[in-house]
Design a protein around this ligand. Sequence first.
Ligand code: HEC
Length: 171
Amino acid sequence: MVLKKVCQAIVFALTFSINSVSYADSVASYPEGWETWPVVKESMNLPADTVLPPDTSLFIQEAVRSYSWINDGQGSPLTIRVNPAKLEQYKTHGPYTDGPTVVAVSEVQGIIWVTEHFSGLPLYGSYNRKGEDISNMHPSLEPEFCARCHDTYKDICINGTCTEPVLSSYE
Ligand code: HEC
């Protein structure tokens, strides 16, 4: 199991560095039981016709554009749930211990975005509600695409998590 993760992490690192699109499988594994994880944020995949204010950050513009195809461009509520064992870590954006960390669930299409950590590094994956890997369904669901945002905007995404933790109800 651990060896498998190391291999996946290496393959992922190689794939990312040569910028190939040939390897698209999820790297993070499907976290059984995520349905019972505490909800830390209700958000939205915005509809395709959303008009953003001109001063919207590049990060948000990119995030909205990347997922405007969700639900045929009509947007969807997005629920963010954190592994109960990692709530404290999430509040400070890490450092994270090994294992699944957080999921973002598109309520309409049932897409589950997964961020897991291994040796401090974030790994990404996308699944449907049956636990089937759907990273091949759309280019924006491939792990290397996730990294483009989650590993690039280091002022916003710290240790691979991007949301400003909204955890007042758990304090
Ligand atoms: C273009 C930028 C962008 C890409 C690409 C992207 N994300 Fe995100 N991600 C975001 C933003 C922005 C949020 C915060 C959403 C909110 O709070 O409303 C987020 C939130 C999340 C969360 C909730 C926890 C957190 O980090 O705050 C998970 C889990 C997640 N993304 C996983 C993924 C996975 C898996 C992929 C690839 C399949 C991916 N993301 C691709 C921008 C991106």
